[in-house]
Design a protein around this ligand. Structure first.
Ligand SMILES: [Zn+2]
Length: 171
């Protein structure tokens, strides 16, 4: 078991990022931690909330892999948002916010995953945006969903919350 993150995995299966369930939690923790600190715009915050919703403690172990094309990309800000995600991956590489974790991630396992993720994000092209992904995700959100309620933060980790709470507290 584990989780696979890819870009159009059906045609580029060999280049996917594959992680164990435990490593996936760590990978998402550090992205959500740095991403929450770096996100300024609504579209940037949405991308981090969407990542934080891949919460195995709530949706099931080994069920949070995804295709980058299914992320809620906003066409109007795609280039900036992709750049933002690359900054988030680089920030995680610099251990951004790690003092808020009560453990130290295994860098030998984690860093290659962050590097591969950055490569995949860099390969994501405007033409691959699924026009309805953002709209469908927002339509599926309850009125009380953090993504529709001003992006509240976890008081302990200053991370963007999801409908499931804080990804770090939960995991
Ligand atoms: Zn928390």
């Amino acid at each position: 078991m584990g989780n696979m993150i890819g870009l159009n995995p059906s045609t580029s299966g060999g280049t996917c990022l594959q992680m164990s369930n435990g490593l996936t939690d760590v990978f998402l923790n550090v992205l959500v931690l740095g991403g929450s600190a770096l996100a300024k715009t609504v579209s940037e915050k949405r991308l981090i909330v969407w990542l934080a919703e891949r919460d195995q403690s709530r949706v099931g172990m080994g069920t949070v892999g995804f295709d980058l094309r299914d992320m809620p990309w906003a066409p109007a800000s795609f280039a900036r948002d992709r750049e933002f995600l690359l900054c988030v991956a680089a920030g995680a590489r610099e251990r951004m916010g790690w003092e808020k974790l009560d453990y130290h991630p295994n860098e030998k396992l984690l860093f290659p995953c962050l590097d591969r993720f950055a490569e995949l994000v860099g390969e994501m092209a405007f033409s691959e945006i699924k026009a309805d992904a953002l709209e469908e995700w927002l339509l599926g959100a309850d009125v009380s969903d953090p993504v529709l309620c001003g992006f509240p933060l976890c008081p302990r980790h200053q991370t963007l919350l999801t409908v499931f709470g804080c990804h770090i507290c939960n995991n």
